[in-house]
Design a protein around this ligand. Structure first.
Ligand code: ADP
Ligand code: MG
Ligand code: MG
Length: 888
């Protein structure tokens, strides 16, 4: 954009692809196509600025906007040689167009300008009265619905009943007279609904239509879609006003939708659908089932050839897969829209990789064409290929992946039950954009009607939700809530499985298997490795997790917790003996028993990770976690007292109860845990250190190679704590190495997980070889919330009510907790330049948080093994700082 002040209105010839913020994706791309010499009907775009100004003025249009529009209409009349409402009528489409595409979420009005006189002019000009009356009834229907708020079924019901009376199945089977009758009926029912006639003056209609598009920005479904896709609410929509071209002018006319590659698989092949003698929404709404694009070659060969060429040109121009709308009017092709196509995760990877191979994109560019969330989707389960069951029916494979859930018949029920965490499968005759809130929470969607480009399919693919569309053999009775497939009748709550990859539907719940990571996935993630700066480690406590992490590309373990080693059933008696010990000797004896068990665990993990660094965190939770629950133990004692049972047993229970009481804390999260525990019982870190060193040496002995040993002290608040703990650990290390006559590099660091630790990080850094930000606890202590209490309660409301933008345990609270991290980084490195720092909270696997950690200057992130590929990828994205692209 140049620095000229933004205008309210731009003629199509003034626009360009990079003007999306102003013209919306649709308007900018239409202008771009016009610039490229691709046939696009002429028109103009009312900018998003006009919509935003109107919203801010609570619906009042800014001064001058209407004058701009009437002047633009006059210019368009002049260019086309037609007039609105005139003898050679100009008909218009009025289309919404947001900066980020929201397919089907907002409104369009076609054939505007048609009326009782113009319909005749149109009929004689085209020498096709049927077409003219078809356009008229479509206009009344759309205008009544979109602008005047007449419920759409009012018109649909009349159309359906007329078809029934005529005994025909398709709209196209209705005659001119039928359509004339329908126009009269539509006027009547509109009057009945509104208490007045629909406006007949074309300019008045235009004003109403533009205003309706402004308002459609704020419909509930548009809001839900934006929330689900992280699109800001204040961008507003542009309004595109264009000359109509007519796909419903008979058998040499058509309308269709196509993708330059397969948006489900990414394969470079023909993908699209069209309908002869139809208008725009007919294809996507699923009212008539469209034909595969390849068949167009036989029907409209010239237009088809030109379309194929245009598809190729557009893809080359945008360097991305395009999603295209076109119309053929009497043999002549027009393009009505192009945008970067929404695609499944698998397709996104395939397209990105292929385009690098084709020399269209660089690797860096390709990385920016994939979203971290798409990698995430591919890490999700699919139907077990060994299931051996037969499908009960089959539809179109509209969006891949497997869904298992209970059958529900409407979006509200889906939203309610799915929102409560129950797995549901939404089954609809066809979905409309109003179903979006149900689709979002459903496991998958099944429709009886509609093709691969229906709204249900497009929305589901964008969300990575399995969808089987156009399963025409199913019968749905929404009032009885039954789904009939052949002889079988299913009711609400019955289990179904959908395979969106094949289109198969199963009348039962099938087993799912973990996803497979394919070559595209591996290629993209390995390119990311070349770009990223942050190291990626995994949080793993067992040898299995460690092996998995390594397989997925982890460069070490950033957090190996040791408490589960204490919890295992065979360890617990020894652990309890240690806790309950009356004397140091008793405790030492108990620890002596635990040590080899710990060592064995460490050996397993170290073997899996040999050659890589492993950060072992010393014991963190409060001791009472290893003892019975206070209430239960009290009840046990009471029961034994009442039944007068075995005296010895009673005595043991009482002693244990005493211990439980002694160790009980009101607020254990803030109590005697982490290094506080180790300060009271130095024997514990001593034992753990010895087990670590012995394990590392044993693995080196056996495998010829061992891990980089990093010992981490948890919950440090004071420099004196780490100083004391470090001495204990160092002494044990020295002891063990001397006894073994060996040497080994060991580093000793700390968690930074308390606000005080972040603030005095310079003091702590004096005694630490590394920092690891424990952002889970830092979030709890930094914001002052207990996760277990908050996530089931107020925090959920905070997120839903937008008091805060997201759950701070999922994505780091950048201003607050992130601020503490930044203080910790800066102060720590001020005392020890180059001090190694990482993060080991769950945030280490969250792409947005990773972007923050990249900027904060951390050295690595550590996350759960399954998120390692996502973290590797997100770390590269953080370097490329790929701004979100407006996608048309
Ligand atoms: P959406 O954003 O929901 O796709 P569009 O604004 O693209 O809505 O319009 C919906 C349909 O209307 C398009 O598929 C297109 O076929 C049809 N349409 C829009 N403008 C015109 C036009 N000028 N001439 C003919 N058909 C049009
Ligand atoms: Mg469109
Ligand atoms: Mg912690």
């Amino acid at each position: 954009m140049n620095d000229e002040a933004a205008k309210y209105l731009y003629d199509m010839s003034e626009g360009r692809a990079d003007m999306k913020v102003l013209l919306g994706g649709k308007g900018a791309n239409l202008a771009e196509m016009k610039r490229l010499g691709i046939p696009v009907p002429d028109g103009f775009t009312v900018s998003t600025v006009a919509c935003v100004d109107t919203m801010e003025a609570h619906g009042r249009w800014p001064d001058g906007l209407w004058d701009d529009i009437t002047a633009a209409v006059a210019r368009l009349e002049e260019r086309t040689g037609r007039t609105l409402g005139g003898e050679k009528p100009l008909l218009l489409s009025v289309r919404s167009g947001a900066v980020f595409s929201m397919p089907g979420m907002m409104d369009t009005i076609l054939n505007l300008g048609i009326g009782d006189e113009t319909v005749h002019a149109l009929a004689s000009e085209a020498d096709n009265p049927r077409f003219a009356w078809d356009s008229y009834r479509r206009f009344l229907q759309m205008y009544g619905d979109v602008v005047e708020g007449v419920p759409p079924h009012v018109y649909e019901d009349e159309l359906t009943s007329l078809k029934a009376r005529r005994g025909v199945a398709q709209d196209t089977d209705l005659s001119t007279e039928d359509l004339q009758e329908l126009v009269a009926t539509f006027k009547d029912v509109s009057r009945r609904e509104l208490g007045r006639d629909l406006p007949t003056d074309p300019l008045e209609q235009l004003r109403g239509a533009v205003d309706a598009v402004f308002r459609s920005w704020d419909t509930p479904r548009a809001r839900v879609y934006r929330k689900a896709n992280n699109i800001p609410d204040d961008l507003g929509t542009a309004v595109n006003v264009m000359q109509m071209v007519f796909g419903n002018r008979g058998d040499t006319s058509a309308t269709g939708v196509c993708f330059t590659r397969n948006p489900s698989t990414g394969e470079h092949e023909l993908y699209g659908e069209f309908l002869v003698n139809a208008q725009g929404e007919d294809v996507v709404s699923g009212i008539r089932t469209p034909r595969p694009l390849a068949e167009m070659e036989g029907v409209l060969p010239e237009a088809y050839a030109q379309l194929r060429q245009t598809m190729h040109d557009l893809e080359a121009h945008y360097k991305d897969m395009q999603d295209i709308e076109f119309t053929v009017e009497d043999g002549t092709l027009y393009l009505l829209q192009t945008r970067n196509g929404k695609r499944t995760a698998a397709a996104a990877l395939r397209v990105a990789r292929d385009m690098v191979q084709e020399g269209v994109l660089t690797r860096e560019e390709a990385l920016q064409r994939v979203e971290p969330s798409q990698l995430d989707q591919l890490l999700h389960p699919a139907i077990d290929p060994q299931h051996g069951r037969s499908p009960v029916t089959r539809g179109l494979p509209a969006s891949p992946g497997a869904a298992v859930g209970e059958l529900v018949f409407d979006a509200d029920t889906a939203a309610e039950r799915g929102g409560a965490g129950e797995p549901v499968v939404l089954v609809r005759y066809e979905t409309t954009p109003d179903d979006i809130h149900g689709v979002i929470v459903a496991q998958g969607v099944l429709t009886a009607h509609g093709g691969m480009t229906s709204h249900a399919a497009v929305v589901a693919r964008g969300m990575g939700k399995p969808c089987v569309a156009g399963a025409s053999a199913i019968r749905i009775d929404t009032s009885e809530k039954t789904l009939t497939i052949g002889d079988a009748v299913y009711h609400e709550g019955d289990l179904l499985t959908l395979d969106g990859t094949t289109g198969d539907v199963y009348g039962e719940a099938l087993e799912l298997v973990p996803p497979q990571i394919n070559e595209d996935f591996e290629a993209i993630v390995s390119w990311a490795d070349d770009v990223r700066r942050l190291g990626v480690r995994a949080n793993a406590d067992t040898d299995e997790d460690a092996a998995k992490a390594r397989e997925l590309g982890a460069e070490g373990i950033g957090l190996c917790r040791t408490e589960h080693m204490f919890m295992a059933a065979d360890r617990l008696p020894a652990v309890r003996r240690m806790i309950l010990a009356e004397t140091e000797d008793e405790r030492a004896a108990a620890l002596e028993q635990i040590l080899p068990m710990q060592q064995e665990d460490f050996e397993g993990i170290f073997t899996a990770m040999k050659g890589l660094p492993v950060t072992v965190r010393l014991l963190d939770p409060p001791l009472h976690e290893f003892l019975p629950d206070l209430v239960e133990q009290s009840l046990l004692v009471q029961r034994l007292e009442l039944t007068g049972g075995d005296a010895q047993e009673l005595e043991r229970a009482r002693v244990l109860l005493g211990q439980v009481k002694r160790l009980h804390e009101q607020n254990p999260m803030l109590g005697t845990r982490g290094c506080r525990l180790a300060m009271l019982y130095p024997e514990i870190p001593d034992m753990q250190t010895r087990a670590i060193i012995r394990a590392a040496l044993a693995v080196r002995e056996r495998e010829g190679e061992t891990v980089g040993v990093e010992i981490m002290i948890p919950l440090v608040a004071y420099a004196s704590e780490i100083k004391a703990q470090r001495e204990i650990v160092e002494r044990a290390v020295a002891d063990e190495l001397q006894a073994a006559g060996a040497s080994l590099d060991v580093t000793i660091g700390t968690m930074i997980e308390l606000p005080r630790a972040a603030i005095v990080a310079d003091q702590i850094a004096e005694h630490a070889d590394f920092f690891s930000f424990g952002t889970n606890d830092l979030t709890q202590t930094g914001i002052g919330i207990s996760r277990d209490d908050a996530e089931g309660g107020f925090l959920t409301h905070y997120v839903t009510d937008e008091v805060i933008p997201s759950n701070p345990f999922e994505s780091i609270d950048q201003d607050g907790v992130g601020g503490l991290v930044q203080i910790g980084v800066d102060r720590g490195r001020s005392a020890r330049p180059g001090l190694k720092m990482g993060v080991c909270g769950e945030h280490g696997g969250d792409p947005e948080s990773i972007q923050f950690f990249e900027n904060a200057g951390l050295d690595y992130v550590s996350c759960s093994p399954f998120r390692v590929p996502i973290a590797r990828f997100a770390a590269a994205r953080a370097v490329l700082k790929g701004e979100r692209r407006a996608d048309g």
